[in-house]
Design a binder for this molecule. Structure first.
Ligand code: ADP
Ligand code: MG
Length: 241
């Protein structure tokens, strides 16, 4: 059974619009995979992810998580965790309190909270930073705090929307590697949104190529590069003719 499945998932923002932002998308994740949504700006990647998360209501179609239809359910009832491009840490709270915030909000007792926070922080290599405030961290460290905060409730699926785009090029390259190593350790099914072909090719177990709200191709990096389904995919990925 797929952790995340979409059935003819569609979003039309305005009736007057020419097309749908997301158009009849059928997808199913494989257990534990790192799935990438790749497409140019405006191709519907964020809208698709936000519908899976429950942050956007579909116009039509369904979202299933763990085989259960969750269309219409609020985000907190879906067992998902999402990290955005503009992740916000609470500036007045310590790293430990930031990571533990979702647990506190769910009434998890203090001792248990401390244990979970340490586990998540160790996994992301920030166990030594728990007493610091966000302003005392580098960009890459802040990013890891945001990931630890998303991880702390042990979500069944991770949704990441261009989480590295605020980092400079050098940091982004190392953060990619870290994210992949982290994924290999926790094995949580992950959907990762990017407009960057290099990022998609180097990170994805499989890539979903989107254009104007439509899935053009789904395949391994090698499949989509070597055997692009159409000229859009070939051009976008720079496949040899
Ligand atoms: P991507 O993440 O791939 O850049 P988006 O999902 O953000 O693409 O946007 C897909 C399309 O939907 C774009 O044409 C965008 O302008 C439109 N869109 C996104 N969010 C809204 C919104 N809240 N209201 C109206 N149109 C939107
Ligand atoms: Mg986007």
């Amino acid at each position: 059974m797929a952790v995340v499945e979409t059935r003819r998932l569609t979003k039309i923002f305005r009736k007057a619009d020419q097309g749908a932002a997301v158009n009849e998308v059928d997808l199913a994740t494989r257990d534990g995979e790192f799935l990438v949504f790749l497409g140019p700006s405006g191709s519907g990647k964020s809208t698709l992810l936000r519908m899976i998360a429950g942050l956007e209501e579909p116009t039509r179609g369904d979202v299933l998580i763990g085989g259960r239809v969750v269309t219409g359910l609020p985000p907190r009832a879906r067992g998902i965790a999402m990290v955005f491009q503009s992740y916000a840490l609470y500036p007045h709270l310590s790293v430990e309190q930031n990571i533990g915030f979702p647990l506190k909000a769910h009434g998890v007792p203090r001792d248990r909270r401390r244990e979970r926070v340490r586990w998540a922080a160790e996994l992301l290599g920030i166990g030594h930073l728990l007493a610091r405030k966000p302003r005392e961290l580098s960009g890459g460290e802040r990013q890891r705090v945001a990931l630890a905060r998303a991880l702390v409730r042990e979500p069944t699926v991770f949704l990441l929307d261009e989480p590295l785009s605020n980092l400079d090029a050098k940091l982004r390259a190392s953060a990619r590697t870290e994210l992949i190593q982290f994924h290999a350790r926790v094995g949580t099914t992950t959907i990762y949104v990017t407009h960057d072909q290099v990022e998609a090719m180097s990170m994805g177990d499989r890539i979903v190529v989107l254009d104007k709200g439509v899935v053009r191709q789904v395949g391994t990096p090698k499949e989509v590069y070597d055997e692009p389904a159409d000229t859009f995919v070939a051009t976008f990925l720079g496949s040899p003719p």
